[in-house]
Design a protein around this ligand. Structure first.
Ligand SMILES: NC(=O)c1ccc[n+]([C@@H]2O[C@H](COP(=O)([O-])OP(=O)(O)OC[C@H]3O[C@@H](n4cnc5c(N)ncnc54)[C@H](O)[C@@H]3O)[C@@H](O)[C@H]2O)c1
Length: 271
């Protein structure tokens, strides 16, 4: 066991991007890591690099999440930290927030996929783990949302709405179980250099733009993972990896109408 008292952690979406960086950071701290991903081969590569355990997992399948928790705890003991990191976003398509065209087909599939992966997966993980953690007196639930869950992701209403829901769900978890020893953290990063923003794993593209978007302080996944692990272990609820997000959230809270006008102007710049 390391100083952090975290012996075993599960990271969903651990095969790529932020999840992979989290697995590496936790393993560096002496934590045994379970790399769970729908991309089984990516999970295996990361797990074998770290001496961890690879698990094929679709987080949108509640039974699969429950079985993973049971199997891991039976084989390796209590899960001290569960990081619900897997996430998806598809974009609105050409019709904007009403999602009437483009994207997935049929069109509501992208909303369904976002609800299941970005929100319900967090519910499924908590459902499987909270009773176990309450019984043993504690544990960490770390839910990766997004700055879009506090502000907005222009061009992706389904992503924005579901990340807001993920933040709200984490708040409910913290309110209900935080005083019973379960440490809940919700992470709201702005841009991170991963495949989600069109940057392949291991490519050094943080200096340049991507997909025509404003990069606004894009960070490398390793730097983001360091902040997440340190803040989660310190017991912080809201983890803001990008300092400018604090300012944006304050501006939004102080004058919502003005914030909408500013976002409309910003959207026009992006078109
Ligand atoms: N990259 C960013 O700019 C950014 C910003 C804010 C928040 N986030 C959030 O960070 C998290 C990680 O994203 P990333 O940027 O590393 O993206 P990524 O695409 O590099 O990695 C996502 C990982 O999740 C896995 N995954 C997708 N659907 C899954 C499912 N149903 N079951 C299990 N695994 C699944 C993928 O295989 C992949 O390994 C997401 O929740 C994302 O919304 C990313």
């Amino acid at each position: 066991m390391n100083d952090s008292k975290i012996g075993l952690a599960v990271v969903t979406g651990g095969g790529h991007g932020i999840g992979r960086a989290l697995c590496r950071r936790l393993a560096k701290d002496g934590v045994m890591v379970v790399v769970a991903d729908i991309d089984e081969s990516a999970a295996s590569i990361v797990a074998s690099e770290l001496g961890g355990v690879a698990k094929a997992l679709d987080v949108s399948d509640e039974q699969a999440v429950a079985s993973l928790v049971e199997d891991i705890e039976d084989a390796h003991g209590p899960i001290d930290m569960f990081v619900s990191n897997a996430g998806v976003g598809y974009g609105d398509g050409s019709s904007g927030a009403i999602s009437a065209e483009g994207g997935m087909n049929p069109i509501d599939d992208r909303w369904d996929a976002c609800w299941k992966v970005n929100v319900m997966a967090h519910v499924y993980a908590a459902r499987a783990l909270v009773p176990r953690m309450l019984e043993r007196g504690g544990g960490h639930l770390v839910n990766i949302a997004s700055a879009a869950g506090l502000l907005s992701q222009i061009g992706d209403a389904a992503y924005t709405a579901t990340k807001h829901a993920a933040v709200a769900f984490a708040e409910s978890l913290a309110i209900d179980y935080g005083d019973a020893g379960i440490v809940v953290s919700v992470v709201c990063p702005q841009a991170v250099a991963t495949r989600m923003v069109g940057i392949e794993d291991d490519s050094d593209s943080t200096g340049g733009g991507f997909a025509g978007n404003d990069v606004d302080g894009i960070m490398r996944p390793e730097a983001v993972a360091d902040i997440i692990v340190e803040d989660a272990l310190a017991g912080r609820f809201l983890i803001l990896t990008h300092p400018q997000v604090t300012t944006y959230v304050q501006r939004k809270a102080s004058d919502h109408d003005r914030w909408i006008s500013g976002m409309q102007r910003f959207r026009k710049k992006l078109l």
